[in-house]
Design a protein around this ligand. Sequence first.
Ligand code: GDP
Ligand code: MG
Length: 167
Amino acid sequence: PRPLVALVGRPNVGKSTLFNRLAGRRLAIVEDVPGVTRDRNYADAEWDGREFSVVDTGGFEPDAGGGEPLNALVQRQAQLAVEEAAAVVLVVDGREGLTSVDQAVADLLRRSGKPLFVAVNKVDAARHEGDLPIAEFHRLGLGEVFPVSAEHARGVSELAEAVLQRL
Ligand code: GDP
Ligand code: MG
C-alpha cells in the first residue's frame, strides 16, 4: 500500500489548502470558517514520480464535540493521525505565531516516533520570512521547519521532498 502522510493542526491554519496542493486537485473544502471540514479526507498523490496518500484531518466542527474543547478535538485528530500515518506534518499559522494548541499537539506527536515535519503556512512572500515569527516554531522540537504558502505554492515542493525522503 501507499505510505500515508497526515496533515494535522488547528482549524484555519491551511491544512485543506495544503492537502489540495499536495493532491494536485481540489478535493478538500477550504473555508474561512474554522472547522468546516466534515470528514477526514484522503487522496492519492504523486510527487516526483513517487506515490503516497495524504489525509487532511480537519474532520471536526466546534459543535460536533458536544462542547469538547478545541484542544481536545485537535488532539484526538492528531492521535488518530500518528496511529495510521507513516509521517505527520504539523501545519501551523506563521501569521499568528506559536499557540498553546500547537504546543500541545507537538507534545503528543513527539512521543509517536514517526517522522515529523512542521509546515509554517501563510508565509506568502520571501519578505515574510524575516517579518513573521517563524523561528519560534523550532521550539516545538519536532525537527525541520518549512516556511510554506499553500495558497501560493511556495515552499511546498521542499516540504514534499523532505517528507518523501523519510517514507
Ligand atoms: P484548515 O481549517 O486548516 O483546513 O484551513 P483551510 O485550508 O480551510 O484554510 C483556512 C483559511 O486560510 C482560508 O481562508 C484559506 O484561504 C487561508 N489560507 C490557506 N493557506 C494560505 C496561505 O498559504 N496563505 C494565506 N495568506 N492564506 C491561506
Ligand atoms: Mg480544513
